[in-house]
Unconditional design. Sequence first.
Length: 181
Amino acid sequence: MKYVYIDSNIFDFIYENGIDLSKEFPSEQFELRIVGEQVLEKRAIPEGKQWLKKFIEDSIESWGIKVDRLFGFYDTRHSSEDQRVGGYGDGFGGGGRYTSLEESEFIKEQRKEGELEKRKSGLYPDETDISLGARAMAGSTVITLDAKKGPLRTARDMGAPVVFLTDFIASGKSLRDFVFQ
């Protein structure tokens, strides 16, 4: 089974291009996932893009996209609704899952020290990209349009399977072939 993590910006892309992820990545071979931080990101979708929020929610349900949360304890810096990790009985797989050494090292290296200001979503800058990059460092494939300098580019430069879809349409390939070329 191959795990494919979908960056938030991919939902706009697949909507605009009429791509059906369940056909590109059949559930017999692939498991589609998002990270827990992406659930928080949905709150920041502006009023004029409620169609996108509905599309994301419908896609998660219809394509069986799993929310992957790492195990952790309640963080008093955040409200109950803003917790990043899963505990016993929460979220994906009945709770958060234990992190791999590669994931925890990447998160530790990428996390910025000091007081950072939270964004509208309640997340800190690059928080979701760090989580996605960590999943890639552990061997899962991440698909994104976010080729800018940051955690996802760093993970890719370190050899992790982060695939930037910026040239996908021009390639003429199927999404699956482009991702796993």
